[in-house]
Design a protein around this ligand. Structure first.
Ligand SMILES: NC(=O)C1=CN([C@@H]2O[C@H](COP(=O)(O)OP(=O)(O)OC[C@H]3O[C@@H](n4cnc5c(N)ncnc54)[C@H](O)[C@@H]3O)[C@@H](O)[C@H]2O)C=CC1
Ligand SMILES: CC(C)CCC[C@@H](C)[C@H]1CC[C@H]2C3=C(CC[C@]12C)[C@@]1(C)CCC(=O)C[C@@H]1CC3
Length: 345
């Protein structure tokens, strides 16, 4: 009689493992003795002990071959938020996540840890010390956020103790750190084009920026604490640095650290938000003729001019989470990791 091999609890797969967060997660998992398979549409690096499976997460057969004997799946793949492509977000974040769940069930995966986003509750207005019980945004600020909401619901609803399939969602916010393709590069590009002279609003708005290694730590704690009798099943957890910071102080510290000037002049929030909406509408109308990528999208302006910071008390209580790297240390490490983006480089 054929015996089914019981997956080792240290065998995991990282969907989106070639990305910024995914690669940091893979590196940490390897350090902790996990056997890791990466599933991604691209291979961005090589690492001893890591197997790469190239494929689209919407393809169940491709997923199934990567999930053989895997007990834990981390799903941190998504199109970039800035891509603004409605059908791509729907296909990957919603339909694709359904496929991931189905493949996990068929492959006998025991745990699925989703990288969601704290933005699932953000509607463009202030959130101060937001807890996980805030309702999902009724009017999500963009397609990315709208599909992250649907994705999180799908994953949490799939949690089934009867089927031996447990799920949890991690909601990070403003991830930054070495190799981030988004935050620091966009900031520096804006500074180099002379667009970082202005502070949007009065500059007092507090925001969470979370160091990538802390986000990774939260994911691994969640995977290791997720058990049938634990409070984690079908729950979402904010993972932050637990040190809200003024948005413009954070941006200024990174800019000055890299040799650029900090923004000084103030512009009224309502004016900049209105202009960004107008620009967005114009790009929408012109899209068939010309592709314009505005720096100041309504989403970015809303993020730059409002409070949005979250409580991670639930993660502290249920996961024993404490951010291992302080914000100051994280900024120093990040600035040092981008010598090629320094002024004059
Ligand atoms: N960067 C941030 O500040 C935040 C990110 N998140 C979430 O964290 C996760 C990781 O984000 P990042 O590492 O920043 O993004 P990233 O763009 O660096 O990585 C995403 C990875 O997913 C892969 N991918 C995209 N579509 C795929 C598909 N159809 N099949 C297989 N792989 C596919 C990409 O090739 C890429 O390697 C995402 O789910 C994102 O929504 C949540 C909160 C904040
Ligand atoms: C041009 C400037 C006004 C802003 C430059 C920095 C921004 C690129 C970043 C500041 C906050 C960041 C952020 C995200 C992306 C990069 C920023 C807009 C997310 C939208 C990434 C995906 C998420 O799930 C939420 C993030 C919130 C913060």
């Amino acid at each position: 009689m054929a015996t089914r091999v019981r997956p080792s609890s240290k065998r995991c797969a990282v969907i989106g493992g070639s990305g910024f967060l995914g690669r940091h997660l893979v590196e940490r998992l390897v350090d902790r003795g996990y056997t890791v398979s990466v599933f991604d549409i691209r291979q961005a690096y090589e690492l001893p002990g890591v197997t790469f499976h190239l494929g689209d997460l919407c393809d169940k057969q491709a997923l199934l071959s990567a999930l053989k004997e895997v007990s834990v799946v981390f799903h941190c793949a998504s199109p970039a938020p800035g891509s603004d492509d409605r059908s791509l977000f729907q296909r990957v974040n919603v339909d694709g996540t359904r496929t991931v769940i189905q493949a996990c069930l068929e492959a006998g995966v025991q745990k699925l840890v989703l990288t969601s986003s704290a933005s699932v509750v953000f509607e463009g207005t202030d959130i101060k010390n937001g807890k996980e019980d805030l309702p999902y945004a009724k009017k999500p600020i963009d397609y990315y956020t709208a599909t992250k909401i649907q994705q999180e619901k799908l994953v949490l609803e799939a949690c089934s103790k009867e089927k031996g399939f447990l799920t949890v969602a991690i909601r990070p916010h403003g991830i930054f750190g070495p190799r981030d393709p988004q935050l620091v590069p966009i900031l520096v590009d804006s500074a180099r084009r002379g667009k970082m002279k202005f502070i949007i609003g009065d500059g007092s708005n507090l925001v969470d920026f979370t160091y990538v290694e802390n986000v990774v730590h939260g994911h691994i704690l969640a995977a290791e604490h997720l058990k049938a009798d634990s409070p984690l099943c079908a729950q979402a957890y904010h993972i932050t640095n637990d040190e809200p910071v003024r948005f413009w102080d954070f941006m200024s510290q990174v800019l000055v650290g890299l040799g650029y000037s900090a923004p000084r002049l103030h512009l009224p929030y309502a004016l900049v938000y209105g202009l960004s909406l107008l620009l967005w509408l114009i790009t929408l109308v012109l899209r068939p003729l010309v592709q314009i990528k505005p720096t100041f999208t309504p989403m970015r302006v809303a993020l730059a001019g409002t409070h949005h910071y979250y409580s991670c008390a639930r993660a502290k209580q249920d996961l024993g989470y404490r951010p291992p790297v302080s914000l100051q240390e994280a900024i120093t490490r990040t600035v040092e990791s981008y010598p090629h983006l320094r002024q004059g480089a």
